[in-house]
Ligand binder design. Sequence first.
Ligand code: F6P
Length: 342
Amino acid sequence: MSENTPFVLGILTSGGDAPGMNAAIRSCTLSALQSGFRVIGFTHGFYGLLDKTYIDLDESTVRDIIHCGGTILKSARCPEFKTAENQQRAANNLHDLNVNALIVIGGDGSFNGMLKLSHYYTGQLIGLPGTIDNDIDGTDHTIGFATAVETAIQAVDKIRDTADAFERIFIIEVMGRHSGFLALNVGIASAAEQIITFENFENPGKELQKIAEHIALCKKQRGLSSYLIVAAENLWPGGVSQLAEDLANYANIRCTPCILGYIQRGGAPLAKDRILATKLGIGAVEAVIDNKTLIMIGESNRQTCQIPLTQAVAHQKTVNKALLAAQESVLDIAKLAKSHLM
Ligand code: F6P
């Protein structure tokens, strides 16, 4: 690298925003500046590559952002990036701008975009796992997951108050796309009576029977008081409103459906996400300096690690099955002997 032509690092955030993305942008930027790089941030995810829209990132741009949700670079899903023509266009733009390395902070869709881009782009490509869904392999947690769990729990705790006051059954839908990390963690931490997630779902018929029997048992043993079902999105055909209707038709059970939705994506990141994002951002720039490419920086057993991008999107990581089993055994109050319920 000569004095006149600094190494140029591009950064972008893509897909669903996740609390801690700003902390990751800050840490990548500061680490890269320390190494004498020029740092630019492409805006609106992969659209920034297609449209050549970017901002220069320096110390002042990343000052006072560590505590902010969302992303200062904006984010987007970019279906246009699926065509070879646009992947080539993005690569051409990166080459035109002399970008030597690109760090993408996002989820599996973003990583798949990077893999496509690698067919045309000759620079280095490094991924950072930023998604509330936690559905990325090779890292114990993704940036944003811890905060999303906490945000959802706080909402569920409030719903519990109403459920308790009205002795009502609520079905609460949490995000997670097609994985159950949010559902299981939120369900366990809010002491939900039922957790319906991809990993324990058989079919709607069996599920209706299971829920109806469990509600009847709880009612018999302790009076209903309150009853919360935490359900993963994209699981029940027709969603949780349909589940409420199905339970009414199946067993005359009245439930209130409640979709938590986008509140789970926003808000100030917890310390856990800020620190994870900071560590992974430093790791990403170290990987750039080590001339690595097509890897994701993750954290496994508290150690920063490097995982091939192809492995990061393999969807082999599963929820904690022992915890899921505990929900249906030791944590199930309907299984307690009646004498212990008094
Ligand atoms: O991937 C994050 C996520 O919030 C998922 O949990 C959810 O299924 C999806 O994004 C929603 O996507 P969109 O913002 O495109 O509606």
